[in-house]
Design a protein around this ligand. Structure first.
Ligand code: ZN
Ligand code: FE
Length: 254
């Protein structure tokens, strides 16, 4: 199995998992053109997995389906994904090209957002980014924190495949919150080098994220202290740490 990230729009990734003979599982095809270009190189989409209804994640589906009518489409139950397809919910399982996928409902960015996990990979859409998390458009802090905690409980060697290349801008915020974190400093340096070489900073291991991503470290003393300083009092619980971090990031300009 080969994993590739096709860049789309300004900073989206369309993830592609393909076998030696080119059969491919495509995650979040926000536009069709990058997938069609990959098809020129011998790729044949057999399935499309959708994490949430935002157009930069589903916009290419109809065009891809008109070209490959047999492609199987998987999506959460959501009226705003008006596509005839297989619907998935929490703990749904299905198998494609001998890979078994498990669905994890992760409300917060949107209320029907799902993530897809395989043995070793996590397609996290706009819920978990490297060094950050998605904006909380439709969920509450307890919901979003719980969603992130569920993803964080996967095995540490899971490779996280995020919906956007946001690592460097997230690093600037993460370092503001957690400036003494050596693993985070290293990750920023590595990400800078990768971007200079026009490479993706993804996927990244969950183990690395657990050591560096402030939104997965709401129980860490350093994060707690940074939030306490901003609130001028101790946060009452982890949910408040998370809520304040998310607010802080929403206002943050590097
Ligand atoms: Zn989105
Ligand atoms: Fe997005």
């Amino acid at each position: 199995m080969r994993l590739t990230a096709l860049p789309a729009f300004d900073d989206n990734y369309i993830w592609v998992l393909n076998t030696g003979d080119g059969k491919a599982i495509i995650v979040d095809p926000g536009e069709a053109a990058p997938v069609e270009a990959a098809a020129q190189q011998g790729l044949t989409p057999i399935a499309l997995l959708l994490t949430h209804h935002h157009n930069d994640h589903i916009g290419g589906v109809e065009r891809l389906r008109s070209r490959w009518p047999d492609v199987q489409v998987y999506a959460p139950y959501e009226d705003r994904i008006p596509i005839d397809c297989e619907r998935v919910a929490d703990a749904s399982r299905f198998s494609l090209l001998d890979i078994s996928f498990q669905v994890i409902e992760v409300p917060g960015h949107t209320r029907s957002h799902v993530a897809y996990a395989t043995d070793g990979l996590l397609f996290s859409g706009d819920t978990l980014f490297s060094l950050g998390c998605g904006r909380m458009f439709e969920g509450t802090p307890p919901q979003m924190l719980r969603s992130l905690q569920r993803l964080a409980s996967l095995p540490g060697d899971t490779q996280v495949c995020c919906g956007h290349e946001y690592t460097l801008s997230n690093a600037a915020f993460a370092l503001q919150v957690d400036p003494a974190n050596a693993a985070l400093q290293r990750r920023q340096q590595e990400a800078l080098a990768m971007r200079h070489a026009a490479r993706s900073t993804l996927p990244i291991s969950l183990r690395s994220e657990l050591a560096t991503n402030p939104f997965l470290r709401t129980d860490a003393p350093a994060i707690h202290a940074a939030v306490a300083q901003r609130l001028s009092r101790a946060p009452v619980d982890e949910v408040e740490v998370f809520a304040e971090l998310r607010r802080w990031k929403d206002d943050f300009r590097a």
